[in-house]
Design a protein around this ligand. Sequence first.
Ligand code: ATP
Ligand code: MG
Length: 426
Amino acid sequence: MNITGIKGMNDILPGEIATWQFLEQEAHRIFQTYGFTEIRVPVVEKTELFCRSIGETTDIVEKEMYTFSDKSGNSLTLRPEGTAPVMRSFIQQKLHAQDPVSKLYYMGPMFRYERPQKGRYRQFHQIGVEALGVDDPKIDAQILAMLCDYFNSVGIDDVELHINSLGCKECRPAYRQALIDYLQDRLGELCSDCQRRSQTNPLRVLDCKVPACQDATVTAPSMLEHLCGDCDDHFKQVKDYLQGLGIDYTVNARMVRGLDYYSKTTFEMVTGSLGSQNAVAAGGRYDGLIADLGGPALPGIGFAMGVERLVLMKSADQLAEQRLPLFLAAMGQQASDRAFLLMATLQRQGLRVEMEYSSKSLKAQMRRAGKFGARFVLILGEEELARQMVVLRDMDAGTQQELSLVGLEERLLELLNETEPEPVAG
Ligand code: ATP
Ligand code: MG
C-alpha cells in the first residue's frame, strides 16, 4: 500500500521551511509595528457564512469550495479565504465593544477546489490583515503602505501596486447596468463563462483571462467614470495620501475582485514573473460586509497575500542557511556518552550543536560535519580523553588545538561567541 497526499495539497519540506518562516516572521514584525494583532480562527465554518459573504455567483462559491456534511448533517466548508471567518468571529465575540477600531491579521491554510498548477493549489496559505471601524481614507493608504513595506522588507521587488475603486451601493448599480448593456452587444465574442457572467456578475468579465474576452472589453465603460461624489472623493484622498507617503501605484480601472463584498478601494500586488498567477496579494474595502453578516454597521478594509506565490518569487534568491557552529565527533562508547552530555549542556545554553548518534569512523563523522557546514569540530578521542583533553578543529583555518575537559563548556561558549556565525557560501 502506498498512500499519497491529495492532489494540489503540498508538503512544505525542511529544505524550504526557512523561507516560509522568514515570510511569516516578517509579517508578525511589520504588522505589529502598524498596530495589528494576530487572530486565529478555525479552518472549518458553516457553509452559509461563505455563501453570504463571498457571494453566490462568485467562482469560489459556485465551484471552488470544499463542502461536506458532518455526522449531524450540518453543511460545513473548509475556509476558502480568511475574511469571512474573521468577520464571523469579530461579530460573535463582539470585539467592537472592546475597541471601536480593530486591526487584525491572520495566517494559515485556505482551501479551494481549483485546477492545480504553478502558483495555484487546493490547499494554499494566506497571510492577511483586516482593519475594521475606520471610514477615513487614511487607513486605506496605511494598509497599502504596510503592504509595500512588507514586500520591501522580504526583498521581493518585482511587483507593482494596482489600485481601483469599485464604488458603493449608491453608484455601482448604474455602472453595473451600463456594463450589462455594453456586454449585451458583444455576447458572441465572449467565452461561455463570461456569457453567463455578463448577466449574473458582469464586473468579473473585465478580469477574465481569456484573450477574446479582454479584446471584447477594451472599450467597456469604466467604474471610475461612474463613481458618486463620496466614492470619487474617497479615491482621490487615497491617491493623495499614497503620493504623500511616496508610494508608487498604477490606477487600473479594469481590476475587479472575485469576491462580491468589495466596495470603494480595491487593489492588487501584481508581478510579471508568475504567468497568469500574477496576483501575489489582493484586497480592498468591504464597507457593507459586517452589517450583511448581522453585525454592527462598521466599515472594513483588508488584503490577503498568497504565501506559495511569495515563496516562488523568493526562491530565486534563497535565504542563506546558517552554518552549524559546532559538531561533536566522538570515538568509542565512552567518548560518545561524554559528547552526548556536552551537547545537551551547550544546547541548554542556546548553542546549536550536532553530533553523530551512532558509532561511525572519524572520517564518516567529518563528512557529516562538512554536510552541516560546521565552523568547528570538537573531536573526543579515547586517547585524549584519558588525558582529560579534547581536540578542537577550526574548519576554516584548517588548524587545531587541544582543550582541557576542565572548564570546557565555558571555553567553547567563549570561543564560539567570538566567532560570528556566517551563512554558508554559495
Ligand atoms: P486568482 O485571480 O489568482 O485566482 P483570487 O482573486 O482568487 O486570485 P484572492 O481570493 O483575492 O485571489 O486571494 C488573495 C491571494 O491568495 C491571491 O492574490 C493569491 O496570491 C492567493 N491565492 C488565491 N487562490 C490561490 C490558490 N488556489 N493557490 C495559491 N494561492 C492562491
Ligand atoms: Mg481565484
